[in-house]
Design a protein around this ligand. Structure first.
Ligand code: HEM
Length: 270
């Protein structure tokens, strides 16, 4: 109910929501016309979603997606895909600035595989140090800090009985920092713990879950890691970096885990 009160914040939220919907409708309309005129392929995400919508308008009501569904999907993919990966990359630059020895090891690995050339898919998947670093950043600074689940029927968990409709919070951030699971150095940056893969990094093989788990696990996780490796490799090839004296370490959560006062980093061309 609070959302509908005409407060300043609510009015602003509604205005933004309206603006985003108008922009999305514009993009969708343009793509629809282009597909119909044979000027664009439907071989991308928006195209596939629209194909599903067009099936619906061909009389198969109930099977396809409505335009509102498509707008929601686009919003989800934009937020789930952009914000999370960009904040992962930001934390990685911060942490590698704090740990120049790991920055150097990562750069050596990248230069060994790619030299100065553009990183390619095949070699990106062979980067071991870079992968260990990204996992360790995802452990210490998971972009998504908790997951929620609701009981859809009476459920017993760990000896406690929950009725239907209870919201459970899985505190991903706390589990990633728990010394009982990760050992005494749980709060330290130590990519070495991932040297033999994810399942042997902690006392419990599922203790690392920055992308969630089960049927709703992040659909973009491989893509996100690939993107992060590509971006990080490209930066490492060209720059060395260090924290600016104005940087203040203050992780805080606004939907995703972010550096509260920004990430002031000095880049030096190499
Ligand atoms: C470092 C980057 C990313 C992180 C840490 C991350 C994290 C997560 C997590 C924890 C969930 C599960 C939420 C839950 O179970 O309640 C999730 C779901 C999802 N993610 Fe990601 N994500 C990342 C990148 C991406 C990218 C690049 C895309 C798209 C290209 C994406 C698309 C999605 C979608 C569509 C879902 C919902 C899946 C479903 O409910 O079936 N994510 N993500």
């Amino acid at each position: 109910i609070c959302r509908f009160l005409p407060t300043k914040n609510n009015r602003r939220m509604r205005a933004i929501d309206h603006e985003i919907r108008m922009i999305m409708r514009g993009i969708i309309g343009k793509k629809e016309r282009a597909i119909k005129n044979g000027e664009a392929s439907s071989n991308d995400l928006l195209g596939l979603l629209l194909e599903s919508n067009m099936q619906q308008s061909n009389g198969k009501a109930g099977q396809g997606m409505s335009i509102d569904d498509i707008i929601e999907e686009c919003k989800l993919f934009y937020f789930a895909g952009m914000e999370t990966t960009s904040v992962l990359l930001t934390w990685t630059l911060i942490v590698l600035s704090m740990h120049p020895e790991w920055q150097e090891q990562a750069r050596e690995e990248v230069l060994h595989h790619f030299g100065r050339t553009t990183p390619d898919y095949e070699h990106l998947s062979r980067l071991k140090i870079v992968t260990m670093i990204l996992y360790e950043v995802l452990r210490l600074y998971p972009p998504v800090t908790y997951l929620t689940r609701r009981t859809y029927k009476a459920t017993e968990l760990g000896g406690i009985k929950y009725p239907t409709g209870v919201t459970l919070i899985l505190p991903l951030l706390f589990i990633h920092h728990d010394p009982d699971i990760w050992g005494e150095d749980a709060s330290e940056f130590n990519p070495q713990r991932f040297a033999d893969g994810i399942s042997s990094a902690a006392k419990h093989p599922s203790a690392f879950f920055p992308f969630g788990g089960g049927p709703r696990i992040c659909i973009g996780q491989n893509f996100a890691l690939l993107e992060a490796k590509m971006a990080l490799s490209t930066i490492l090839q060209r720059f060395s970096f260090a924290l600016s004296p104005s940087y203040t370490h203050a992780p805080y959560t606004v939907m995703t885990l972010q550096p509260q006062h920004g990430a002031q980093i000095r880049l030096k061309k190499i």
